[in-house]
Design a protein around this ligand. Structure first.
Ligand code: C2E
Ligand code: CA
Ligand code: CA
Length: 529
C-alpha cells in the first residue's frame, strides 16, 4: 500500500516536474516571441514613417523650388523647368501648373485635353494642399497624391511613401495626420491600390499586434496577425520534445533516488522520527517483598501510521547506527512527561527508567534534554532512572563523566543487562552506580542446575557488598520471584507481574496496585480515565 502510494507520488512528481517547467518555458518563450514581434513591428512603423517623411520632404522641396520661379506660366522655359525638376526629383512623377480651374501644362508640355484641377482634401502643416487617391492617365492606374502649392502641383505615386513590406503577413497603413488613408501595404501582395477613399480608415483587425508611429504629417499603423500560443507551441515542438525528455529523465532519476531513500529502512526510520511515531510503553517494576509497584521501565514502540507496533529490537540497532536514536530518545522523554507527569508528581516514590544509548552515555547530551524537559513539571530528578548497558560503555571516560553528572543532578543510575558483558565487575568498581539490573538469562537459570545459577548468586553477593539495589529482569515464574525474594533482591520486573503496556493501562495498573495496599490513590487520575 505504502509502496503503491510512493510509486503514484513518484509518477506525479515526474509528471508535474516535467510539465510545469515545460509550460513555464513555453509561456516565457511565447512572451519573448510576442515581445520581439512587437519590437520588430514598432521598428517597422518607425522606418515607414521616416520613409514617408523623406519622400514628402523631397516632393515638397521640388514643389517649393518650382513655385519660387517667376516664369511666364506654361512658357517653354517654364515647361522645361517643370520637366527638369521632375526628372531630377526621386519623389515626384510629374509637375503640373494650373492657376484657375484646369491643368494648363505639365512636364510633358501643354495640356490640350481639359483636365480639372483636383479638389484639396486636406492641408498639410506646411500649408501644402493635398488631394489623395487620384488615378490619372499617366499614372498607369496607380493612386496618386497631388500636392498643391500656389498654381503648381506635384504628383507623387502614393506607393512611393511606403517602402517594401518584407515581413510575411504584416500590413502597413499610411494615413495623413487628418486620417485620410493613402496606402495599405501587404508583405505578401505588395502595395495594392485601394481606390479613392475619403472615409476615415476602417479600424484594423483588433486581434494581433499593432504599432503606431506619428509625425505632424503622417500616421503609420503597422499590424501583424496574432501570434497564437498553439502556433508557437507547434513552432517550438522540435525544441520542446528533447527538453521534455531531459526533464522527465531528470525528475524520473530524482524520484527513483528519493523513493529508494524513502523506502530504505533508514529512510523509513528517518520519516518516522520526523512524524514523531515513537511512543512509550511502560513495564511495571515491583517491590519483591511487598508487591508494590515502585516504578516502570519506559520501552520504546514504533507506532506505524496503520497502528501496527514495531518492537525495539527491530529498529534500535539501526537507530543507534544512524544516530536517529538521539531524536527517538528525546521523543521518549517528552512522551514520559506527557504520559506520567501528574502521576510522578502525585507519587514522589514512583520512578521511570529510561534506556540511554552509547552516544548519549559518552556525550551526556541527554542530561541537558532531561533538565529542559523536566523544568517546571514538578517531577524530581530522582524519579528518573537512567539505564546504561555495558554495550554502551564505548567511551568509558565519557560515560564515567556522564554518570557522575547524572547522579549530581539527582538521577539514579542502573546498569542494564548486568552479567551479559565480559567485564561487568571492572566497570562496577569504577562507575558511579545505584542499581544493577540482572539480565533475564540469569533469572531464567534460577533454581536450576545450570552453572549460571551460581553466577547469579555471586552477582547478588557482590551487589550487597557494594550496597547496590538489585532489579531482576524477565521474571516469569513465581518460583523465580520466591528465590530472588529469599536472597533479598529488592525489585523485579517481568511477565509474572505485568508486560509492558500503554500509558493509560499503566496508570490504571498503578491505581489498582495502590488501592491494594489500602492507600487511597494518591495518583491523580487523567481526565479521560
Ligand atoms: P531491555 O532494556 O533489556 O528491556 C527489557 C526487555 O525485556 C523489553 O523488551 C521487555 O518487554 C522484555 N521483557 C520484560 N519482561 C519480560 C519477561 O518476563 N519475559 C520476556 N521474554 N521478556 C520480558 P523490549 O521492549 O522489546 O525491548 C527490547 C530492548 O530494546 C530493550 O531491552 C532495550 O535494550 C531496547 N530499548 C527499548 N526501549 C528503548 C529506548 O527507549 N531506548 C533505547 N536506547 N533502547 C531501548
Ligand atoms: Ca532496559
Ligand atoms: Ca535489560
Amino acid at each position: 500500500m505504502k509502496r503503491w502510494r510512493s510509486l503514484m507520488l513518484a509518477v506525479a512528481v515526474v509528471g508535474i516536474g516535467t510539465a510545469v517547467p515545460l509550460a513555464a518555458t513555453l509561456m516565457a518563450s511565447w512572451r519573448l516571441a510576442v515581445e520581439s514581434r512587437q519590437a520588430g513591428l514598432d521598428t517597422r512603423a518607425a522606418h515607414a514613417l521616416a520613409h514617408a517623411e523623406a519622400v514628402y520632404a523631397e516632393a515638397a522641396a521640388a514643389l517649393r523650388t518650382i513655385d519660387r520661379t517667376d516664369f511666364s506660366p506654361c512658357s517653354p522655359a517654364h515647361i522645361e523647368r517643370l520637366r527638369e525638376i521632375t526628372r531630377t526629383s526621386l519623389a515626384v512623377d510629374n509637375l503640373a501648373y494650373g492657376a484657375g480651374e484646369i491643368v494648363e501644362c505639365n512636364a510633358f508640355g501643354l495640356v490640350m485635353k481639359r483636365q480639372p484641377l483636383a479638389a484639396i482634401d486636406t492641408t498639410a502643416p506646411d500649408g501644402t494642399g493635398l488631394s489623395i487617391n487620384w488615378v490619372l492617365g499617366e499614372s498607369g492606374g496607380r493612386p496618386t497624391l497631388i500636392m498643391r502649392l500656389g498654381g503648381h502641383h506635384a504628383l507623387v505615386d502614393q506607393r512611393r511613401f511606403v517602402g517594401p513590406v518584407d515581413n510575411g503577413n504584416d500590413v502597413i497603413e499610411l494615413s495623413t495626420a487628418s486620417g485620410l488613408r493613402l496606402v495599405t501595404a501587404h508583405g505578401t501582395s505588395g502595395i495594392g491600390p485601394i481606390g479613392r477613399q475619403m472615409d476615415p480608415p476602417a479600424p484594423l483587425d483588433t486581434d494581433g499586434l499593432h504599432a503606431v508611429a506619428l509625425s505632424p504629417n503622417w500616421v503609420v499603423i503597422a499590424h501583424a496577425p496574432p501570434l497564437g500560443f498553439l502556433a508557437h507551441l507547434e513552432a517550438q515542438r522540435a525544441l520542446l520534445l528533447p527538453l521534455a525528455l531531459v526533464l522527465a529523465l531528470l525528475f524520473g532519476a530524482a524520484s527513483v533516488w528519493a523513493l529508494r531513500q524513502r523506502l530504505s529502512p533508514r529512510g523509513e526510520l528517518a520519516a518516522a522520527v520526523r512524524h514523531r511515531e515513537f511512543i512509550a510503553h511502560y513495564q511495571p517494576i515491583m517491590e519483591l517483598s511487598t508487591g508494590r509497584c515502585l516504578g516502570a521501565e519506559a520501552l520504546v514502540r514504533w507506532r506505524r501510521p496503520d497502528g501496527e507496533l514495531e518492537r525495539p529490537d527491530l529498529f534500535i540497532p539501526l537507530a543507534e547506527e544512524t544516530g536517529l536514536i538521539l531524536p527517538i530518545t528525546d521523543q521518549m522523554i517528552a512522551a514520559i512527561i506527557a504520559d506520567l507527569g501528574p502521576v510522578l508528581r502525585a507519587d514522589p516514590f514512583l520512578h521511570v527508567a529510561i534506556n540511554i544509548c552509547a552516544d548519549d552515555l559518552s556525550s551526556g547530551r541527554v542530561l541537558g534534554v532531561l533538565a529542559r524537559q523536566l523544568a517546571g513539571t514538578g517531577i524530581a530528578p530522582r524519579q528518573i532512572w537512567l539505564e546504561a548497558t555495558e554495550r554502551g560503555f564505548v567511551d568509558i571516560d565519557g560515560t564515567h563523566a556522564t554518570l557522575v553528572e547524572a547522579r549530581r543532578r539527582g538521577h539514579l543510575v542502573a546498569i542494564d543487562d548486568f552479567g551479559t558483558g565480559y567485564s561487568g565487575l571492572r566497570y562496577l568498581q569504577r562507575l558511579p552506580v545505584d542499581a544493577l539490573k540482572i539480565d533475564k538469562s540469569f533469572v531464567d537459570s534460577l533454581g536450576t542446575q545450570a552453572p549460571t545459577c551460581h553466577v547469579t548468586e555471586h552477582i547478588l553477593a557482590m551487589a550487597r557488598e557494594l550496597h547496590l539495589t538489585v532489579v531482576a529482569e524477565g521474571v516469569e515464574r513465581p518460583e523465580q520471584a520466591a528465590f530472588l525474594r529469599e536472597r533479598g533482591v529488592e525489585m523485579a520486573q517481568g511477565w509474572l507481574f505485568a508486560r509492558a503496556m500503554p500509558a493509560p493501562d499503566f496508570r490504571a495498573f498503578c491505581r489498582a496496585n495502590r488501592a491494594q495496599f489500602g492507600e487511597p490513590c494518591k495518583v491523580i487520575p487523567f481526565a479521560a480515565e
